[in-house]
Design a binder for this molecule. Structure first.
Ligand SMILES: C[C@@]1(CC(=O)O)C2=NC(=C\c3[nH]c(c(CCC(=O)O)c3CC(=O)O)Cc3[nH]c(c(CC(=O)O)c3CCC(=O)O)/C=C3\N/C(=C\2)[C@@H](CCC(=O)O)[C@]3(C)CC(=O)O)/[C@H]1CCC(=O)O
Ligand SMILES: NC(=O)c1ccc[n+]([C@@H]2O[C@H](COP(=O)([O-])OP(=O)(O)OC[C@H]3O[C@@H](n4cnc5c(N)ncnc54)[C@H](O)[C@@H]3O)[C@@H](O)[C@H]2O)c1
Length: 184
């Protein structure tokens, strides 16, 4: 299956996390980092989930938990519950992922690498987190830590306001400088 890569702006949207073990904790943190509002539904919760700024509902999942939600993460240790979350999400036209049945889900996750706003996500397409993590670590070690990304972005924005041929000249030299800086 060929997956479509996309980066979501979740600010102000509600994400539902079903199951508050260590995978649910990772999903809740990731959603909060992205500015989403988060509801976690789980009878038991990892202690670190309680410390987060989210709504924790301490009971088993029911389909109405999906009301008002933009996307859902099935992270329980019960495959039937994770399947039910996928099924109910699908019925409501919502994207959902499953920690235990990824191949049945409409949404897959990957290993991620962040440096400021720079975000790299790696998905093997083969349910092989060891490979995506290994590639992420390799890329992380190779990435220069002091890239002047904001300054480059500002120079590009300014160049786009220039008339030709200045615009193309400035953009070409910026492109060369960036490729050299990252060793491409
Ligand atoms: C990269 C990362 C991102 C993330 O999940 O955040 C990620 N797994 C991570 C960690 C991790 N995964 C597992 C352990 C337990 C210990 C171990 O086995 O080592 C740990 C360690 C831990 O949890 O700490 C085992 C595991 N993983 C999956 C299953 C189910 C299955 O295989 O069916 C099982 C077997 C469960 C079991 O049977 O117990 C499934 C998936 N895991 C994916 C991604 C997706 C594939 C991505 C790809 O192919 O590229 C996919 C398909 C899910 C999806 O699409 O959402 C994250 C790194 C976090 C980081 O370091 O940043
Ligand atoms: N994708 C990944 O990266 C990854 C990594 C490790 C494990 N896994 C898979 O994900 C599953 C979850 O892993 P974990 O380590 O977070 O498990 P865990 O056992 O730590 O947590 C499971 C949570 O689900 C909750 N739960 C159980 N039934 C529920 C229900 N009906 N409604 C709501 N919540 C319910 C439990 O109370 C618990 O908080 C594992 O069983 C495994 O299959 C995936």
């Amino acid at each position: 299956m060929t997956l479509f890569p996309v980066f979501l702006d979740l600010s102000g949207k509600r994400g539902l996390v079903v199951g508050a073990g260590h995978v649910g904790l990772r999903r809740a943190r990731g959603l909060l980092e992205a500015g989403a509002r988060v509801t976690v539904v789980s009878p038991q919760a990892h202690p670190e989930v309680r410390a987060l700024d989210l709504e924790l509902v301490e009971r088993a999942f029911v389909p109405s938990d999906l009301e008002g939600v933009a996307l859902a993460f099935a992270c329980t240790n019960d495959e039937d519950v994770n399947d039910a979350v996928l099924r109910e999400a699908e019925a409501r036209g919502l994207w959902a992922s499953s920690a235990s049945r990824p191949e049945r889900a409409s949404m897959r996750l990957g290993a991620t690498l962040r440096s400021g706003d720079l975000l790299v996500a790696i998905q093997t397409g083969a349910d092989l987190p060891y490979l995506s993590q290994a590639l992420r670590d390799k890329l992380s070690a190779a990435l220069p830590s002091d890239l002047p990304i904001a300054a480059w972005s500002e120079r590009r924005a300014q160049a786009l306001t220039l008339p030709e041929p200045a615009r193309s000249d400035v953009l070409a030299s910026l492109k060369d400088e960036i490729r050299k800086a990252v060793g491409a």
